[in-house]
Design a protein around this ligand. Structure first.
Ligand SMILES: Cc1cc2nc3c(=O)[nH]c(=O)nc-3n(C[C@H](O)[C@H](O)[C@H](O)COP(=O)(O)O)c2cc1C
Length: 168
């Protein structure tokens, strides 16, 4: 619960690369997400290349952290795995959120960079990664060691009782 309440986006990182163990942990967390029919229609492109991350930052006006972070994980949809059309969006969103939560829990910083549903951004990322026809980009998660320790930003509750409707 503490991780859920305290997680926040991080957009400034040190240059320290992630260890293979850290990347593996993030990917394990991602693939533990729920998915419609348990189809797990995701693939993950782990981008540490400075050149590729430089290109990814240009995929959207708001994707600067893809270059600032030492690692950008591009969450992709494997179109051949879609059993219930449309659910791949929720599936990949759940996987993206799992990466954010795991990163925070591990003392790393991360931010979700939106790609889907903007067609031009999706096409740019697909082209940068030379994705096969069967694959399409969903989101980019920029992740690394936070420049400012995460714990210095106090958790701010967004709970709003007016959004709660009890149907008893
Ligand atoms: C679907 C989605 C798309 C987002 N796209 C971007 C983005 O392109 N660039 C960025 O810096 N942050 C992006 N964010 C992060 C949000 O700005 C951030 O989650 C929000 O402001 C709440 O702040 P918090 O994550 O610190 O709780 C995105 C988040 C989501 C869920």
């Amino acid at each position: 619960m503490q991780t859920l309440l305290a997680r926040h986006s991080c957009r400034q990182f040190t240059e320290t690369p992630l260890t293979q163990q850290e990347v593996d942990s993030l990917l394990h967390a991602a693939m533990q997400a729920p998915s419609a029919g348990n189809e797990q229609p995701w693939h993950f492109y782990v981008c540490t290349s400075a050149e590729v991350r430089h290109q990814l930052r240009q995929a959207s006006p708001y994707a600067g952290p893809a270059e600032a972070a030492p690692c950008a994980i591009v969450v992709c949809v494997d179109k051949t795995k879609i059993k219930y059309q449309g659910n791949e969006v929720q599936d990949c969103a759940a996987a993206s959120q799992n990466i954010l939560l795991a990163a925070y829990d591990m003392g790393l910083g991360a931010v979700w960079l939106g790609i889907t549903p903007e067609a031009d951004r999706v096409e740019r990322v697909n082209r940068i990664l030379s994705l096969p026809e069967t694959m399409t980009a969903f989101s980019i998660i920029a992740v690394g060691h936070p420049r400012v320790p995460q714990t210095t930003a106090p958790a701010q509750s967004r709970f709003d009782a007016s959004r709660v409707h009890v149907v008893a």
